[in-house]
Design a protein around this ligand. Structure first.
Ligand code: GDP
Length: 324
């Protein structure tokens, strides 16, 4: 299909055209990349703006259950919802935590929803680019909400936060009174912490965990640009569909505030600039590594460093000196 036809169909909201375009941006073939870029350029600046929501949580906290219930609630309100998964485990082991086809069965049958599992690419950089491109395509296809889901491991959270308007951390009720080892850096990225499974026997523990995190959030530095009550912690039950509407209202409150105070567009501009820099840096690296002479010299100096014959700084300076 030629680029113009594909673009027109995406803009008309055709899910098959969207799926096809995402396959195109995921491809490693040079001709596919060229068409993907042509397509992305053609669709850029189309004026449609989705709310991009990053969602992170360790395996088992209930991400798929939450996305299904939350997504169904949004589509019932007439919103179109896209779900993209970023799963670093699929890149490392070939096996995916998030790619399981049986996840979100009801939502995947909903005509107003579009679900795309994580691609299995070798590097996080490649996954970042594909996800960014997929976000742009979903936005051009007129989705109102784009959920970008990731597992709470490695650097994938930072990456997802860097392409989202809001970042949500999903947690399970803690057994003990410790803060589940959530890293401070991840807490600092969260706009809203949702403690899931606040139902049945787990409800008291969920309430306690929520209070603990609310306390921990108060100790973090306030973001001067957000209203006082954010970042905040709340309880939900994805299984019993409790608290989801309230969570959605909070997300909208924060998004609306940021729009009104021009933080929303500023954040997107900064993100675009950040990713532009990343893309150029990655491209330069790829170019260098494709040069056999440079690769050989890198390996030689690497061995010298490994054997203690050269210092890390000295060998790096030598390599860089030879490149300039
Ligand atoms: P994911 O690995 O983060 O995607 O988690 P899943 O959505 O697959 O859920 C893991 C387990 O937790 C499943 O057995 C779910 O049924 C259960 N679960 C998810 N949400 C809730 C909830 O709100 N309440 C309770 N009690 N269990 C839940």
């Amino acid at each position: 299909m030629d680029t113009e036809t594909l673009a027109t169909r995406i803009e008309a909201g055709e899910r098959r055209a969207l799926a096809r375009a995402i396959t195109l941006v995921e491809s490693g073939r040079d001709d596919h990349r060229a068409q993907a870029i042509e397509l992305l350029d053609r669709l850029a600046g189309g004026g449609k703006q989705a709310l991009r929501i990053g969602l992170s949580g360790t395996p088992g906290v209930g991400k798929s259950t939450f996305i299904e219930s939350f997504g169904m609630m949004l589509t019932a309100q007439g919103l179109r919802v896209a779900v993209l998964a970023v799963d670093p485990s699929s890149a490392r082991s070939g096996g995916s935590i998030l790619g399981d086809k049986t996840r979100m069965e009801r939502l995947s049958r909903d005509p107003n929803a579009f679900i795309r599992p994580s691609p299995s690419q070798s590097a996080l950089g490649g996954v970042a680019r594909r996800t960014r491109d997929a976000v742009a395509l979903c936005e051009a296809a007129g989705f109102d909400v784009i959920l970008i889901e990731t597992v709470g491991v490695g650097q994938s959270e930072t990456m997802v936060a860097d392409m989202s308007d809001l970042f949500i951390l999903l947690l399970a009720p803690a057994g003990g009174d410790e803060l589940q080892g959530v890293k401070r850096g991840i807490m600092e990225m969260a706009d809203i912490i949702l403690v899931n499974k606040a139902d049945g026997d787990l409800k008291p523990a969920a309430m306690r965990t929520c209070a603990d995190y609310a306390g921990a959030l108060r100790l973090l530095r306030k973001r001067s640009y957000d209203p006082d009550q954010f970042p905040k912690a709340m309880t939900v039950s994805a299984l019993e569909e409790q608290g989801l509407q309230k969570a959605w209202e909070e997300m909208q409150t924060l998004a609306d505030w940021r729009r009104e105070h021009s933080h929303f567009t500023r954040r997107r501009s900064e993100q675009a600039q950040h990713w532009f820099g990343e893309e150029v840096r990655m491209g330069l690296l790829r170019r260098l590594e494709a040069d056999p002479a440079i690769r050989a010299r890198m390996s030689e100096l690497g061995q010298a460093v490994a054997a203690g014959r050269a210092s890390v700084s000295g060998a790096a300076a030598e390599m860089l000196g030879e490149l300039s």
